[in-house]
Design a protein around this ligand. Structure first.
Ligand code: G6P
Length: 366
């Protein structure tokens, strides 16, 4: 076929490196510099209908669900509309209340995940309105939705999602911007997000340029019994997706926790055998996050920080520095080193990277 690993050792590595192009395609033709907003032709919702929406509920499975968590934060921050992400399966099994002023958004790379499709059908049966954030054009979920956003990320072969994840978050940033500019987001804030979105492909390339360094760290950390991933607010979905990726392809046990919850339980696990990956963006929560690092170090835990500037050696054993975006978009860039960390850990442990045991690319049965 025309789609091969193109000189990369695995599809996964190829897809990680395809992210700058995938993001360019997700953004292509959708940014409006004049009104500092986004154009999303497929929503099938005019400004008046959008103004009536009081809540956003995002549904997906696996990485699509975690991308939805980042999406929910973007919508709340930029549009100031309450937004939540939930696993599609849980949603449909709990006899959900469907509200007329809630916008439902189904997320799926394949567009064929059975649980997500069933959730969409249940919402529609009860008269709700559903948008799809989908990669595969013409897929079952795309056809079932009332409108939506195609990712245009290109085919994703490797079971673990990377470029579709990143493109999904970009699509949510566009939706949040569009939504925000109809509500209260100022033109200046709109401009700030538009320029930050345009800068993303180059910034992703910059992170990918640190692959050799991350490979070394991965070989070292892959030997651990397990890993803890922590982040606060914007960093928490990054921690969840990072832990998921590590589990999926390296089979190293990983747990994600909100950094502030460590002291309410998992701190008991901290030891040199259970290193922590900490998301430490340079935002209003930086001091809180540094305090968390101190608490981990005081229990002789090892810390790998993903940050916007080097973290002092007494708080972190290692640090990967990523370029700064606007705070709302930082999660997207903080996630990229965690993809490389999982990939290189899986390679170091000689795992079947593109086809991890027990998993399928798309789960089309209940
Ligand atoms: C499977 C895959 C995951 C993926 C999830 C949702 O479980 O192993 O990597 O995130 O399905 O897939 P979708 O195609 O709906 O995004």
């Amino acid at each position: 076929g025309s789609y091969d690993t193109g000189g990369y050792a695995h599809y996964l590595l190829k897809e990680i490196h395809e992210q700058p192009g995938a993001v360019e395609r997700t953004l292509s033709g959708r940014l409006d510099e004049r009104f500092s907003t986004a154009h999303l032709g497929g929503l099938n919702l005019d400004a008046r209908e959008l103004r009536e929406i009081r809540r956003v509920k995002i549904l997906g499975c696996g990485s699509a669900y975690y991308a939805g968590e980042m999406g929910a934060q973007l919508i709340e921050e930029l549009a100031r509309i309450p937004a939540h992400s939930e696993p599609a399966s849980e949603f449909r099994y709990r006899n959900p209340v469907i509200e007329a002023d809630t916008l439902y958004v189904a997320v799926s790379q394949s567009g064929e995940t059975y649980d997500t499709l069933a959730a969409v059908q249940e919402i529609k049966r009860k008269g709700g309105r559903v948008l799809g954030v989908v990669n595969t054009v013409g897929s079952a979920i795309a056809r079932e939705c009332d409108g939506g956003i195609y990712l245009h990320a290109g085919p994703e072969i490797s079971v673990a999602s990377t470029k579709a994840f990143t493109s999904t978050v970009v699509a949510f940033a566009l939706l949040a911007l569009h939504f925000g500019r109809i509500h209260d987001l100022s033109p200046a804030d709109g401009r700030r997000i538009v320029s930050a979105l345009k800068a993303l492909p180059e910034q992703i390339r910059e992170v990918l340029g640190q692959q050799a360094e991350i490979e070394k760290l991965a070989a070292e950390y892959a030997e651990s019994q397990g890993m803890m991933f922590v982040g606060r607010v914007r960093g928490y979905p990054v921690a969840r997706e990072g832990a998921q990726k590590l589990k999926e392809i390296s089979y190293v046990h990983a747990e994600a926790y909100p950094a502030s919850e460590l002291k309410h339980g998992p701190l008991a696990l901290i030891s040199p055998e259970l290193p922590t990956v900490a998301l430490v963006p340079d935002d209003e929560l930086l001091d809180k996050n540094l305090t968390t690092l101190g608490e981990i170090k005081a229990r002789s835990g090892r810390v790998l920080a993903i940050a916007h500037r080097p973290i002092e050696a007494k708080l972190a054993d290692h640090c990967v520095v990523v370029p700064k975006s606007e705070p709302e978009l930082d999660p997207l860039l903080l996630n990229i080193p965690l993809q490389l960390l999982a990939y290189h850990a899986a390679v170091a442990l000689d795992r079947d990277v593109d086809k991890p045991r027990n998993l399928a690319k798309s789960v089309t049965v209940e």
